[in-house]
Design a protein around this ligand. Structure first.
Ligand SMILES: C[S@@+](CC[C@H](N)C(=O)[O-])C[C@H]1O[C@@H](n2cnc3c(N)ncnc32)[C@H](O)[C@@H]1O
Length: 249
């Protein structure tokens, strides 16, 4: 779980650009495919950026995250959006949603593939028939390591970031924070690079139709990013629902 103090650093240092960019592409994809969404659940919603973007579109957005610090920031930004603090491997709300999202490498924070499959089974239970499940995954080939680099938050606070690969399937993101030159804390986050074919097979085993796995959400040849986007759908038993539009294996 992210520490409360790291959640503030995460928010202040501008990592919110990712859900903002994702939200824009998501809304475009929904519009391009005439998918109307009344309610949405953002799993591992972090600071709630995507929930707020969806709410602005008139969608009843609901978020959840493991980290109390992330949810505190999300609630402060919009107290009217419902948020739960929970572990998505066991989370199973009673309400059903037309759309479930899980982005920003959140599934790469789950080290065990069996837990990822538990999440898929849970999502299938609370996704409405015909609803979409959209998530991203780190693309192993695109993860580069970095020498430590510093960012100044203000004249007193500086953060030092470093990305290493302690094993072929592991990514270690370390953040050290210094206040007036004095080390104040270190946050270590470990992510796991999952085998994409195994993830896609698990999705289908849990009853999803796979619509897309690609480096971009849009269909118009827009910019590719160093992430896999996966779009899956819970069958509503209508005839044309089995069409796979784009899956790169
Ligand atoms: C890199 S952040 C992405 C947050 C948000 N989705 C975004 O795109 O900005 C990953 C999030 O996953 C959350 N997380 C990690 N493991 C989780 C779990 N088992 N259940 C719920 N949330 C989890 C973390 O607390 C963190 O907020």
């Amino acid at each position: 779980m992210y520490s409360d103090v790291f959640c503030k650093v995460y928010n202040e240092f501008g990592w919110n650009y990712y859900p903002e960019a994702f939200g824009e592409q998501l809304l475009q994809w929904l519009s391009d495919h005439n998918v109307s969404v009344g309610s949405a659940m953002d799993l591992a919603c972090g600071t709630g950026v995507l929930c707020r973007i969806l709410k602005e579109q008139g969608i009843r957005a609901h978020g959840m995250d493991f980290s109390t610090g992330m949810i505190a920031i999300a609630r402060e930004a919009d107290p009217d959006i419902p948020y739960d603090v929970a572990d998505m491997t066991t989370y199973r709300p009673e309400a059903q949603f037309d759309l479930v999202t899980c982005t920003g490498d959140a599934l790469n924070h789950i080290p065990d593939l069996a837990d990822v499959e538990r999440i898929f089974a849970n999502v299938h239970a609370y996704l409405a028939p015909g609803g979409h499940f959209i998530f991203d995954l780190l693309d192993e080939k695109e993860i580069s390591t970095s020498e430590p680099f510093d960012l100044d938050f203000d004249e007193h606070i500086r953060a030092r970031f470093r990305i290493t690969r302690p094993a072929a399937d592991k990514v270690h993101l370390q953040t050290e924070v210094f206040e007036d030159g004095v080390h104040s804390f270190t946050e270590d986050i470990f992510e796991t690079v999952h085998d994409r074919s195994a993830v896609l097979s698990m999705l289908q085993r849990q009853g999803f139709e796979l619509l897309k796995c690609a480096h971009r959400l849009s269909d118009d040849g827009g910019p590719e990013v160093a992430t896999w986007f996966v779009i899956a759908r819970k069958s509503d038993n209508t005839a044309q629902r089995n069409k796979i539009t784009e899956v790169l294996l």
